[in-house]
Design a protein around this ligand. Structure first.
Ligand code: HEC
Length: 122
């Protein structure tokens, strides 16, 4: 009985610990802290684009004529340099994206890593 309880307790603890792994980078690292050096489209870049960019960059009336709702379009902006150019501009620069204020250092680093790897749909 005690043994069964211990096993269940262990499983619950492991689940709790491993679920933290999937939290987004901002929650894990804050805006200035360290940041792991891996980045994928699915886990990092797409969720960031969705929450920070699609409000303006989507559909027929997308801001600047730039629709970021598909991987192909985001990859294109990444590889032509405009994506990083805009997100790395300082607050107050009229061309900075998103206009409301810069992404966390960690999010910016993730986009750099992803772009360097070829901006793949990974
Ligand atoms: C509040 C609305 C808004 C949000 C949110 C926003 N943008 Fe923009 N974006 C604009 C507007 C308006 C323009 C066109 C004016 C300009 O070029 O600055 C633009 C232009 C751009 C351009 C240049 C397009 C071109 O072809 O010249 C890029 C790249 C860009 N945004 C990337 C992003 C990214 C990446 C995000 C999210 C991190 C983002 N934007 C979030 C409004 C927004």
């Amino acid at each position: 009985m005690l043994k069964t309880f211990s096993v269940i307790f262990l499983l619950v603890s492991l689940t709790a610990v491993s679920s933290c792994y999937y939290d987004n980078a901002e929650q894990l690292y804050g805006t200035g802290g360290t940041c792991d050096s891996t980045a994928t489209w699915t886990l990092d870049v797409q969720p960031m684009i969705q929450s920070q960019c699609l409000g303006c960059h989507q559909g027929a009336s997308a801001s600047g004529g730039l629709d970021l709702s598909t991987h192909a379009n985001v990859q294109n902006s990444a590889l032509n340099g405009s994506l990083l150019d805009r997100i790395q501009r300082g607050a107050g620069d009229p061309l900075a994206m998103p206009p409301s204020g810069p992404l966390s250092n960690c999010s910016q680093a993730k986009v750099r890593v992803w772009e360097r790897g070829g901006a793949l749909p990974n």
